[in-house]
Design a protein around this ligand. Structure first.
Ligand SMILES: Nc1ncnc2c1ncn2[C@@H]1O[C@H](COP(=O)(O)OP(=O)(O)OP(=O)(O)O)[C@@H](O)[C@H]1O
Ligand SMILES: [Mg+2]
Length: 208
């Protein structure tokens, strides 16, 4: 009699944004994971310390997640630029574009909270069946303190602070070296305009 050995399952595409993201190995050779769900993440470090590389690992996990779309903001363009083909939105060095995108994300976040309130929910989870948006920002200070006018820098800072403060439960996290993420689903063919119900995808805004 022969026994068939079934190897343990290895996670493969698609990932979920609600699964922990692999970010490396520790000194004992064990995997180090970070959960992105319901979190914002701030990556800090000295110049050349590996902040952008760490950010790319989180963006890679989100890019491979079937339940997440990407909003990428990178003043330098080359750090997050390789992911732009699979992102909903990619913003380069324009503070006008960054502010426009954040205004739309803020409106989407408010829309999500309207729906959560209507349906008696406190937050979006894996079980509510809604896609997420990961908002990844590299070179945050470029927008908050370097380019544009003082009022523009102040508006960018206020909008990003609001997304960090309120976006978590709406499945809209922000990650970055000074950055974080979010989640929302984009409209798809066949979407109806009937009232949102638990388990429905959230009809959201025009981010592309
Ligand atoms: N875990 C790692 N192992 C080996 N090399 C790494 C690792 N992380 C980053 N590096 C290397 O370190 C260098 C700097 O990394 P990175 O650009 O991510 O730093 P940074 O903190 O974003 O820098 P800056 O402050 O200029 O934005 C790069 O050459 C990168 O390939
Ligand atoms: Mg960097």
């Amino acid at each position: 009699m022969t026994a068939t050995l079934i190897p343990p399952a290895v996670p493969v595409f698609p990932f979920s944004i609600f699964d922990p993201a692999h970010v490396g190995m520790d000194e004992y050779g064990d995997q180090v994971n970070i959960s992105l769900a319901e979190k914002n993440i701030l990556v800090g470090g000295e110049p050349g310390g590996g902040k952008s590389v760490a950010l790319n690992l989180l963006v890679a996990h989100a890019a491979l997640s079937a339940d997440c779309t990407l909003i990428l903001i990178d003043g330098k363009r080359v750090e997050l630029g390789p992911w732009r083909a699979c992102a909903d939105t990619f913003v380069g060095p324009s503070i006008d574009d960054a502010i426009s995108v954040f205004r739309i994300l803020q409106a989407e976040m408010n829309q999500r909270y309207d729906m959560l309130l209507d349906y008696g929910l406190r937050k979006i989870t894996r079980d509510t069946g809604h896609d997420a948006r990961l908002i990844a920002i590299d070179e945050y200070a470029y927008f908050s303190a370097t380019v544009g006018t003082k009022p523009q820098q102040a508006e960018f800072s206020a909008l990003s602070r609001d997304l960090v403060a309120r976006g978590r439960a709406a499945a809209m996290p922000v990650v970055g070296w000074l950055l974080w993420r979010w989640l929302v689903r984009t409209p798809r063919p066949g979407d109806s305009h009937r009232p949102w119900r638990r388990g429905d995808a959230v009809p959201d805004g025009p981010i592309r």
